[in-house]
Design a protein around this ligand. Structure first.
Ligand SMILES: [Zn+2]
Length: 209
C-alpha cells in the first residue's frame, strides 16, 4: 500500500507521516530529507541537485525522480510519501510507475497555519526545535538541553510564512485537481491535536487494508 500525505507547513504532516510509518512498519519517504542525504553523501545525483539549489534554480524533475527512485527500490514495503509529488507532472510520473491507494490532505485554515508557524523557535546553539504553543521550553527563551538562546528563523517570521503558505496553496490546488477522479482523496481536519489527527489517519488507512 502506498499513500501520499499533503498539508501546509504547521499542519503536522511530517510528524503524522513518521508516526504512521512507525506504527505500520512502513517506509517514510520524505523527499526533502532524501535530497539532503544525497547532497551530504555527495552522490552523483546529489551533486547535480546541489548545483541547481546553490544557484537558486529549480531542480529538474528528472533529478527528483532519480532521488525518489533510489529511495523506493526496496521492494515489497508500503510507503507514505511526504513532500512528493509537488506538481501535476510529478504526480503523473508517480501514478505511471507506482500504485497509489490514497491521498491524505491535512486541512488547516491559513490563519491557523500562520499562527502555528510563527510560534516556532530554534535553539541558536544546538538547533533543537521548540514551539511556544505546543512544545514550550521549561524556561522562556532558553533551550532545555544546552541553555542556548531560542530564536525565530527568518523564514518563520510572518511575512516569510505568508509567502510559503501562498506558494503551497497554489501547488496543492493544482495537485488535487490532477488527482481528482484518479485516486481516492481524504481530508482530515488538522486543527485538532496530534493524537486526534493520528487516530483519524489510522482509521482511514485501516479501511483500505
Ligand atoms: Zn540548545
Amino acid at each position: 500500500m502506498n499513500i501520499v500525505i499533503m498539508g501546509v507547513q504547521g499542519s503536522g504532516k511530517g510528524t503524522q507521516a513518521k508516526k504512521l510509518a512507525e506504527l505500520k512498519g512502513w517506509k517514510h519517504v520524505n523527499l526533502g530529507q532524501l535530497f539532503r542525504i544525497e547532497m551530504t553523501e555527495g552522490t552523483d545525483t546529489g551533486k547535480r541537485a546541489k548545483q541547481y539549489i546553490t544557484s537558486g534554480e529549480l531542480v529538474p524533475d528528472e533529478i527528483t525522480f532519480e532521488i525518489f527512485k533510489h529511495a523506493t527500490e526496496e521492494a515489497g514495503r508500503s510507503m507514505i510519501l511526504d513532500g512528493f509529488p509537488r506538481t501535476p507532472a510529478q504526480a503523473e510520473y508517480l501514478l505511471k510507475h507506482y500504485s497509489i491507494d490514497l491521498v491524505i490532505v491535512l486541512d488547516l485554515k491559513e490563519s491557523e497555519a500562520v499562527e502555528r508557524i510563527s510560534a516556532r523557535r530554534n535553539c541558536s546553539s544546538c538547533g533543537r526545535d521548540y514551539n511556544v504553543l505546543f512544545k514550550k521550553p521549561q524556561k522562556e527563551g532558553i533551550c532545555d538541553v544546552c541553555g542556548g538562546t531560542l530564536v525565530t528563523r527568518a523564514d518563520d517570521k510572518p511575512q516569510g510564512v505568508q509567502r510559503r503558505i501562498d506558494i503551497y496553496q497554489e501547488q496543492a490546488n493544482k495537485l488535487l485537481d490532477f488527482f481528482q477522479g484518479k485516486v481516492k482523496i481524504t481530508k482530515i481536519d488538522a486543527s485538532q491535536g496530534i493524537n486526534e489527527i493520528f487516530s483519524e489517519l489510522v482509521k482511514e488507512v485501516d479501511t483500505l487494508q
